[in-house]
Design a protein around this ligand. Sequence first.
Ligand SMILES: C[S@@+](CC[C@H](N)C(=O)[O-])C[C@H]1O[C@@H](n2cnc3c(N)ncnc32)[C@H](O)[C@@H]1O
Length: 260
Amino acid sequence: MDDVEGTDVYGDYSEFYDVYVGDFLDDLPFYMEFASSVRTPVLEIGAGSGRLTLPMARSGVRVVAVDISPSMLSLLNARLEDEPPEVRGRVSVVEADACELDLGEEFDLVIVPYYTFNYFLTEYDQKRALERIRTHMSDSAYALLDVFIPWGRLEYCPPEPILRNDAVDPRNGNRIRSWNSFILDKEKQQDYQKKRFEITAPSGSVTNKEFTIQRRYTLPDQLERLFADNGFAIEGVYGGYRREAPKVDCEQMMYVLQKL
Ligand SMILES: C[S@@+](CC[C@H](N)C(=O)[O-])C[C@H]1O[C@@H](n2cnc3c(N)ncnc32)[C@H](O)[C@@H]1O
């Protein structure tokens, strides 16, 4: 499978992101537990359309929301327009590649939520991102990384599309159905997620759109080495947002890092 081209990694998919993710906020309490006691703004890497940014800001947390995707950030900016001035005033939106981030500031908390770390597609980019994250951390700061490992598909990757969503977009009444199919390149540790969206307008007309999301997966022992080699100590590792003990084949891992 060829690499997915382009800098706006979310491109046309952005318009479906909020419907796709729905009202998922299971991870918010985990981040709030740390965010509610920091002295600086929270640096959010891969803030996207603001799924976490907005509830954090509404709770009084200041957020510097960084993302590489102009289309995702335009959704965030549009949502901010609907917020009261005090909430809007707590959020700074920065369009930047996390691998090149240079804000000239240190933060007490850096979050890399919802598998954003998987979007650093090579070990080189993972290292560049970690170096940038570390540079933006104060001495006592925590970095929280939510990482996905496709254990369930490593043995056998089912080729057929799987229905993922069937929801109505409240903005326009379109019924959105989506299917995911997956290809794994085990040598390059790449996970290609092909998404097909079927959009049925209230008039009954149907259109189809397809996108491929490319992510890198990194196994726990590789992650441990990567973090240590890049100046991080692992303060905690969990198998979910409720601090579950990680199982051997845990697909979702939360890492709590500090500077070594
Ligand atoms: C799965 S989405 C998460 C969005 C949001 N944080 C959420 O939880 O809904 C991953 C986000 O990471 C962003 N991203 C991918 N590569 C990036 C990079 N190199 N630098 C900054 N953001 C990046 C994407 O544009 C996308 O918005």
